[in-house]
Design a binder for this molecule. Sequence first.
Ligand code: HEM
Length: 217
Amino acid sequence: MKKVKVWDLPTRLFHWTLVASVIFMFVSAKMGGSMLQWHLRCGLFLLALILFRIIWGFVGSDTARFTQFVKSPKHIIRYIKGEISENEQPGHNPLGALMVVALIFGVLFQVATGLFSPDENSYIYDAYLSKFAGSNASDIRKIHLIFANILMILAIIHFVVVLFYRVIKRHNLITPMITGNKYLNDPVPQLKFASIFKALIILIITAAVAYSITLIK
Ligand code: HEM
């Protein structure tokens, strides 16, 4: 077994920052009151983060790229039959990738509906773009509230599956998401990693896009 770097730093930082932010979004929404102000701010932060990850999915390191892990149904069936080794696909496995895509685009959908939602509790903290939703604002808010529960269920399934791999299949996926390294059999795959500088530039651009939403009058 050889130690192989599989996850780059931007993807790992993205993941754990996403987890912390999503938990904060649930807690702040439940607390309500003036915490809603922080819910809105964290929503913008999440927008920058998720846009970063989507762009990174096209121009980032090999294992972060959608083309590396989003596969055809045929490929997924081969994985389920045990015909695809971790050496062949060292990042997300073809089945787990479905959940990864659902979580990334689920968070994007949640953030997008949040941006247009009015505050129908205190009527103080309408989201940045709610005035543009017109008569649909209230419905968008309802979708935002319902989808929050769907997202929570997806995140719980994701967590339970990761635990299942750890406890039942004795396959630790969590440590690699922290350290970036996996232990693979020889011959190990040759992976290409994109630079941190490139990640920073993308993050600055997506942060500017998210911030510019606050300037829309
Ligand atoms: C709010 C909760 C969570 C969300 C929204 C979430 C979302 C995601 C996403 C989007 C990815 C793909 C990462 C990428 O390619 O950029 C991922 C992967 C992963 N997550 Fe989470 N996650 C959550 C909680 C957790 C928790 C609590 C753990 C474990 C303690 C965990 C462990 C992992 C692992 C190990 C992977 C990599 C799976 C693989 O090897 O294919 N996640 N998660």
